[in-house]
Write a protein that binds this ligand. Sequence first.
Ligand SMILES: [Zn+2]
Length: 95
Amino acid sequence: MRQGEREDSGVIFLDTADGATEAEGEAAMIHDEFTALPLSRQRKKQLRWIRDGKCKLCGRKRDCRSAQFCPSHLVSWRRYISDYMVKRLKEIYGS
Ligand SMILES: [Zn+2]
């Protein structure tokens, strides 16, 4: 058995005798700085995506104007924040 590592994803693939990788059927455990933290699997996935320069919601390439989002999710995030601020300011000052 030979152990190989793919750099782009950080996933460790274990080669079996017949040439197939175990990671195809069952995801291999990722060992990095987030593994031991008491967080949910989804949150660790998001933190890995942020660390690797990807969108934290979908894992696509990050927009250069944003620290966490791809172009499409940056649009929806800004719309959400804008709607939230309008609602909040109406609550504070009245309509
Ligand atoms: Zn995205």
